[in-house]
Design a protein around this ligand. Structure first.
Ligand code: ZN
Length: 161
């Protein structure tokens, strides 16, 4: 038995060298950072939502409301931990993920392998089962103007029983 889910997330981009730019748990060396209530890890958020989506268990906004001061500046790895726990409680395992990052800047292609390695540790699946792609929007829209970043993720889960 297989289940598939998709997750989408967007965060605002700003120039702020005080705040780390974290993508898939990996800190990208750049003057840019993402704005958000938590650590704004847009990739981990999309991945968590795709897993919750595959299980029809709602979305991360229900489990980690951005109105709750408890989650301010939270490490998004905690969101993934909770999501994986829910997945295992439902007797499913993660098979593979495919993510596409939409970003005009910063340049992400040099860090794709680092991001995949980090995700492999966080998600506890082989790196061969983790795809991270990056594209631009050809300068169109808010992403094209460098105002924000978006991520689309698809996850495939397999039943353990
Ligand atoms: Zn988010």
């Amino acid at each position: 038995m297989y289940r598939i889910g998709n997750g989408i997330d967007f965060h605002k981009l700003e120039i702020n060298s005080e705040r780390p730019f974290i993508l898939g748990g990996f800190v990208i060396p750049t003057e840019y950072s993402l704005v958000g209530h938590s650590d704004a890890d847009v990739l981990l958020h999309a991945i968590a939502d795709s897993i919750l989506g595959a299980l029809a268990l709602g979305d991360i906004g229900e489990y980690f409301p951005d109105t709750d001061p408890k989650w301010k500046n939270m490490n998004s790895k905690l969101i993934i931990e909770k999501t994986l726990k829910l997945m295992h409680e439902n007797n499913y395992g993660l098979i593979n993920i495919d993510s596409t990052i939409l970003a005009e800047k910063p340049k992400l292609s040099p860090y794709r392998l680092d991001i995949r390695k980090t995700l492999s540790n966080i998600l506890n699946i082989p790196i061969e089962n983790i795809s991270v792609k990056a594209t631009t929007t050809e300068k169109m829209g808010f992403i094209g103007r460098g105002e924000g970043i978006g991520v689309f993720t698809t996850s495939l889960l397999g039943s353990k029983v």
